[in-house]
Design a protein around this ligand. Structure first.
Ligand code: NAD
Ligand code: DAU
Length: 350
């Protein structure tokens, strides 16, 4: 049986990837390595935790000895690396956490995989999941392609850019079987409510202000998380070693338009008058270094691997809202304790 290590599998995207691999590939042993930071939540994987081909390992990718011992013990055949500090606002408050996990953690995994696969790299894969934010910010026109030069602006995106460079360098220098994908904004179930969509769903539900950064004119390209997980499955199995693939939803939204759309769906679902929650919109100080626009050209992955998004935004967005509303206990659990402290620090001075 192939042994696949998925890092960050208790997080938002990772939990969807773990679920897909565990349920689809009974012939693989799936190991989910996660530190369970504030963003990691084993509740996200309750439905598959007893599958015989699934093992959870609690651990920190920054801990070199731990990672080396883990690879020596299990001799993984493939790595799908999602573990990261992922929230731009947190990276502005605390950049060092991002340097540690996103850069040092990635190098620890690269070193351990390189050593483990020294004599036989056939059929091995080191797949690094990255972001479109490494490319920087676009004006009104154009899209990021795989050739767009890196130009990150936040400590988060700079740390992801750095890890991408290292993954490429390990391919070029040590002939490692590495692949990278750079994806746009994901939305869907199990996203931690610090990110725009689940944060605003939670706030509308609780009649709390909706903090719109700046004028709300920034543009993001939204992709349903299960479509990202399917792309990851495809790239892991059919992507070419040394290649990079962009993944995106071809679905650009100005923040303020997305928020109006969300309010419309939420008011309807909650039985409120049409537009009742519009008064919750509160314009606050802009995010420092806020990238204006992201848009992905995903033609390479479509052309070479046949992937394209399968879920239309109108459908995916409604599904997402309904999921959070019917999983209020999940929302309550993750919005208690540490999250609350973070929330107060983040928005107290805005
Ligand atoms: P997330 O914050 O929801 O989950 C990250 C997971 O990594 C958590 O379970 C956390 O406990 C774990 N983790 C953090 N530090 C760790 C460490 N030192 N050791 C082990 N585990 C650790 O993030 P996400 O939104 O699911 O993103 C997953 C990956 O996808 C990240 O690499 C991110 O850069 C990338 N990405 C995210 C998006 C998006 O829209 N969310 C888009 C493109 C790419
Ligand atoms: O593009 C991919 C990236 O998307 C991923 O690499 C990141 O891990 C992920 O967090 C996401 O980054 P963003 O910064 O785009 O996502 P966020 O949900 O934080 O913000 C989306 C937009 O909404 C952005 O323009 C900032 C704005 N925003 C966000 C929050 C949390 C607000 O206006 N108010 C808010 O309170």
């Amino acid at each position: 049986m192939k042994k696949i290590l998925i890092t960050g599998g208790a997080g938002f995207i990772g939990s969807h990837v773990v679920r897909l691999f565990v349920t689809k590939y009974s012939q693989y042993c799936i190991f989910n390595l996660d530190k369970l930071t504030y963003a990691g939540n084993l509740e996200n994987l309750k439905d598959i935790e007893t599958y015989p081909n699934y093992t959870f390992i609690k651990g920190d990718i920054v801990d070199t000895d731990f990672i080396n011992n883990l690879f020596a013990q299990y001799q993984f055949d493939g790595v799908i690396h999602l573990a990261a500090e992922s929230h731009v606002d947190r990276s502005i408050i605390s950049p060092l956490d991002f340097i540690q996990t996103n850069i040092i953690g990635t190098v620890n995994l690269l070193n351990a995989a390189r050593f483990t696969w020294e004599t036989n790299r056939e059929d091995k894969r080191f797949y690094h999941i990255s972001t479109d934010e490494v490319y920087g910010s676009l004006g009104d026109e154009g899209c990021f392609t795989e050739q767009t030069p890196y130009n990150p602006h936040s400590p988060y995106s700079a740390s992801k850019a750095s890890s991408d460079h290292l993954v490429r360098a390990y391919h070029d220098t040590f002939d490692m079987p590495n692949i990278i994908t750079n994806c746009s904004n994901n939305y869907g179930p199990y996203q931690f409510p610090e990110k725009l969509i689940p944060l605003f769903i939670n706030n509308i539900l609780n009649n709390k202000p909706l903090p719109v950064y700046g004028k709300g004119l920034n543009v993001r390209d939204w992709l349903y998380v299960e479509d990202h997980a399917k792309a990851i499955d495809l790239v892991f199995h059919q992507g070419k070693k040394g290649e990079t693939y962009n993944i995106g939803g071809n679905n650009e939204w100005k923040n303020i338009d997305l928020i109006h759309n969300l309010i419309e769906i939420m008011d309807e679902e909650l039985g409120r008058n049409k537009g009742a929650s519009l008064s919750l919109i509160t314009y606050v100080k802009d995010r420092a270094g806020h990238d204006l626009r992201y848009a992905i050209d995903a033609s390479k992955i479509k052309r070479e691997l046949g992937w394209q998004p399968s879920i239309q935004f109108t459908e995916g967005f409604k599904l997402t809202v309904k999921w959070y509303l019917s999983n209020e206990q999940w929302l309550k659990n993750v919005t208690s304790g540490n999250y609350q402290k973070y929330y107060e620090t983040m928005y107290a001075n805005r």
